[in-house]
Ligand binder design. Structure first.
Ligand code: IMP
Ligand code: MG
Length: 179
């Protein structure tokens, strides 16, 4: 008789650790972007909680917009095709742009975003990601601000999902399938 597979969640990065790290990232951004009035661009859906917490630690003038890219669907592995589901509503020419991602995994999404943004001739373009998978394969450039470098595990919580679930968890957890 086959038993139903139950997902199991194990804490990986605590709420407290996330919040302390975000403070440090924000302090650095506050210094690096003083008098630059940057535009923070959150990548939906995964970055919404990270961006909300990060932006409240930003003390300089700034603006916010969002881009939405195609998701993984209900899979844990990227299809390899990235498409744009929601474009920007602001003008980015000659502006300082900071892309805010939840996680960089293969690097395909950020490669796509970099090409897209650069077409519009921003004054500068940098990337912030809360999580960065160490075994990254397809990334073609360096990520400027990284919250945590993590092992090649599938994580959920704090905005990150599996099949749209678990975004509401306060900590970051590893999702494992057990029989
Ligand atoms: P990439 O294009 O492979 O770098 O994947 C980027 C996007 O895939 C992220 O913005 C996430 O939305 C999603 N993703 C990648 N790894 C994970 C994970 O471990 N948990 C949840 N979502 C992930
Ligand atoms: Mg994402």
């Amino acid at each position: 008789m086959s038993k139903k597979t139950q997902p199991k969640l194990k804490e990986y990065i605590s709420e407290d650790k996330i919040s302390k790290r975000i403070n440090k990232l924000a302090n650095k951004l506050n210094k690096d972007y003083r008098d630059k009035n940057p535009i923070f661009i959150g990548i939906l859906n995964g970055s919404f909680i990270f961006l909300a917490d990060l932006i409240r630690e930003i003390k300089i003038d700034c603006e916010i917009d969002f881009l939405k890219l195609s998701s993984y669907g209900d899979e844990k592995i990227s299809s390899g095709n990235v498409t744009l589901l929601k474009d920007l509503n602001c003008e980015i020419e000659n502006r300082h742009i900071i892309i805010v991602e939840d996680i960089v995994d293969s690097g395909l999404s950020v490669n796509f975003i970099k090409n897209l943004i650069e077409e519009h001739k921003p004054a500068s373009l940098r990337f912030v990601t809360l999580l960065f998978k160490k075994d990254i394969s397809k990334l073609t450039f360096k990520i400027d601000y990284i919250g945590f470098k993590i092992d090649n595990k599938f994580v959920v919580g704090y905005g990150l999902d599996f099949a749209q679930k678990y975004r509401n968890l306060k900590a970051i957890k590893v999702l494992k399938s057990t029989n």
